[in-house]
Every structure is written in structure tokens, then in C-alpha cells.
Design a protein around this ligand. Structure first.
Ligand SMILES: [Zn+2]
Length: 385
């Protein structure tokens, strides 16, 4: 039994600050109490915030080996499969280098309070296995969305695509082709259908910038967003450039969006309309996207998202909403048993020095990684300082 006492706990779905002690057993939060509980294992969280650890809902950890390469080139030149700079670097790197770089990124995530990440995994089953191998000893929760190069072929055999999708799904948590510009309608349908059959995630980049929306409109008379929803994708990445009607449709269909504001900034493609996502009651998550051009640090992502949104709309936006994007909202969208602190849920949490009076801003606006005193995943202490 592990007891965390004297902390200010951000409790429940509303991350409500409460001066309580937590009792953890078998990896699960058993109960909260204001009483002192005798225990051999105790962490004194006096002067600290006890918060759910963070969920990074969109990364491409595979390009950890190519940090800051290609800065200033166009988005297509950098990341578009199969010939973008990223893909050239990946195919020219040794397996050992790729694995070492991925391990470094996973450790970076742990030391910046992230306990779960969702990865867009390139390279078919081999790619999935290499991430699993890299992460064997690293106790971060990995949600892996696979893809295979056959998805991008000009006229692939559809029975082969189906077979490949099924094979991939045996090894991972869902499928994620890059974008609708790179796959045919038939392939998109197969991907979402196979995922739905197995209760797994079908995710895709949409409306990352205006041009992809225009291309989609010219080719099909529909926006990328509308098409992705019609195909049945259930986790949309970016939506930085919605067209008329897109947000209403996303909202009606209750499909979550992962916003990656630092990535959109780094690639000079736009500012995600986070305030409008909120007004449309869209479940919004946060991700750090390619490690090639962003560190996988969710504290940085939260601070950038908060201030960018306030500055862009010239309006107040609550830090609580931003913290929820990295915790509760992701838990709901991804069906996780972590993401907020309640009885019966996994003890995935961090103990962070409380620096200012506003606990949510203390996290988003003040916290450096050195202020994270302790990270606990599934009840196990991952580090403590
Ligand atoms: Zn991405």
C-alpha cells in the first residue's frame, strides 16, 4: 500500500483541488481521505500538487533520430510519405540509432510528466516491433497506431490491403494512415472497417493546412474533414483549417480532435481554432506531433496552447480547459483507465512542486521538469527526487 499525503490533489474529472490523502494499492487508487493512514510506504507531498500524469495524444516518435533537420523547408518536403526528408533519413538510419533515439524520447516524456503517448507508427509490423523493443524496459504506456506502405500504393490489391490491416491490428492498438491525400477511398474504408470490427482506433491527419482542404474540395467536392468522418475515422489530428460546416459535423458525430499547436507553428501552417473547438463542445486533446520538430514535452504544449489561444482570440481561455486536454479529455476519447484521479482508476499521477496559488496555472505556467518531484505509473514509483 502506498499513501500520498499532505498534497493538494487535483481530484476527479474536474481536476478539483482538494487537500486530501490518497491510498494506492495494486496499482489502483483505492480511496481518498482526510485521515492519516499508517503505512510503510508514504510520500509526503507537502507543498506539492498531486495531478494526473499527462497523455500525449499524438506523436511520431520514429523521427526522434532527425531532430531539427529540414527547418525552413515546406511541410510536404519534410514529412510527406514516402519521399519526404524524414522518410529518407529514417531509411538511411541504422536500427540501433533509431531505437536509441526513440528510447531517449520516451525517457524525455517520463521526465516531463507524461505517462501515456499515442504514436503514429510508420514501417508496418517491423516498425511496430521496433518501438515495442525500444520501449520494453521503459514503463511508459504506448498506444501504437500502425500503417503499412501498401496503403499508399497507386492501385493496391484490396484483398492484400485488408489482409495487411488485419495483420497489423494483431500487433497494435489501431491504424493511422497519414492523410486522405495519400490513400484511396477504398483503402480508407478498409482501414476504418477493420478497426471498427476489432474495437480499435482509426485515426488520420485532417485539415492540417488550407491547401489540403482545397485539394480535397477540388477532387471530391467535400472537405477532408467531411470525408474522414464519412469514412468513419474516430480520432482526427489537427483540424487547424476547418471549412464551413466541418466543426458542426465533428461536434455532432462526437469525434475527438487532437490539436498540435506547436507543430502547426513550427511548420508555419496556421493556428488551431481551439476556442471554437470549445464553443462547438468538441472533445479536444493535445499532442506534440513529430519529434523531428518538437520536443515531446506536454508542459510546453499546454503553455503554448493556452497563450496562443488567448492571444489569437483576444479573450480569456481557462488553464483548466487546457489541462483537461492533456488528461481527462484524452482519457475519455481513448477509453483509458488513467487520465484523472478517482477511486478504482489506475494510479498514473505526478507530484509537482506547487509554485503559485492557482494550481492549474502553477502546472502550465510555472512548472519546469525539475519541479516534478515524483512520477507514479500504475502505482509504481518511476522516479522520485
Ligand atoms: Zn502527425
Amino acid at each position: 500500500m502506498l499513501v500520498i499525503e499532505n498534497g493538494l490533489v487535483l481530484w476527479g474529472r474536474n481536476l478539483n483541488p482538494e487537500k486530501i490523502n490518497l491510498v494506492i494499492e495494486d496499482g489502483i487508487i483505492q480511496y481518498k481521505t482526510t485521515q492519516k493512514i499508517p503505512s510503510q510506504d508514504k510520500i509526503d507531498a507537502q507543498g506539492c500538487i498531486v495531478a494526473p500524469s499527462l497523455i500525449n495524444s499524438h506523436v511520431h516518435i520514429g523521427d526522434s533520430v532527425a531532430m531539427d533537420v529540414g527547418d525552413g523547408k515546406s511541410i510536404a518536403d519534410i514529412v510527406k510519405p514516402p519521399h519526404g526528408l524524414k522518410h529518407q533519413i529514417l531509411s538511411n538510419s541504422s536500427q540501433d540509432d533509431l531505437i536509441t533515439a526513440m528510447q531517449r524520447s520516451m525517457k524525455d516524456m517520463l521526465y516531463t510528466g507524461t505517462s501515456t503517448f499515442v504514436d503514429y507508427r510508420e514501417g508496418g509490423i517491423e516498425g511496430i516491433k521496433s518501438l515495442q523493443k525500444a520501449g520494453e524496459e521503459i514503463p511508459i504506456t504506448k498506444i501504437i497506431l500502425g500503417r503499412d506502405d501498401i496503403f499508399f500504393e497507386k492501385e493496391p490489391s484490396l484483398s492484400k490491403v485488408k489482409k495487411t490491416a488485419r495483420k497489423l491490428l494483431k500487433h497494435c492498438d489501431g491504424l493511422a494512415p497519414s492523410g486522405l491525400g495519400e490513400i484511396s477511398d477504398e483503402v480508407a474504408f478498409i482501414i476504418t472497417e477493420e478497426c471498427r470490427k476489432q474495437g480499435k482506433i482509426a485515426s488520420i491527419h485532417v485539415a492540417e493546412y488550407e491547401q489540403v482542404q482545397k485539394n480535397s474540395w477540388e477532387a471530391t467536392g467535400k472537405s477532408e474533414v467531411k470525408r474522414a468522418l464519412d469514412f468513419g475515422f474516430d480520432l482526427l489530428i489537427h483540424l487547424t483549417s476547418p471549412m464551413e460546416g466541418d466543426l458542426l459535423e465533428v461536434s455532432t458525430k462526437k469525434v475527438p480532435i487532437v490539436s498540435c499547436p506547436r507543430s502547426n507553428g513550427a511548420l508555419a501552417v496556421g493556428i488551431p481554432p481551439i476556442m471554437e473547438f470549445k464553443n462547438f463542445k468538441i472533445n479536444t486533446l493535445l499532442g506534440t506531433d513529430n519529434i523531428m520538430f518538437n520536443s515531446p514535452n506536454m508542459f510546453k504544449e499546454m503553455e503554448f496552447a493556452l497563450k496562443l489561444t488567448r492571444g489569437f482570440y483576444k479573450k480569456y481561455f481557462s488553464p483548466l480547459e487546457i489541462l483537461k486536454m492533456a488528461t481527462v479529455n484524452a482519457a475519455n476519447a481513448l477509453n483509458l483507465n488513467s487520465g484523472f484521479l478517482e477511486e478504482g482508476r489506475l494510479a498514473d499521477l505526478m507530484i509537482v512542486k506547487k509554485i503559485s496559488l492557482n494550481p492549474w496555472l502553477s502546472l502550465i505556467n510555472r512548472t519546469e521538469s525539475k519541479n516534478i518531484i515524483c512520477l507514479i505509473i500504475k502505482g509504481n514509483i518511476i522516479f522520485k527526487r
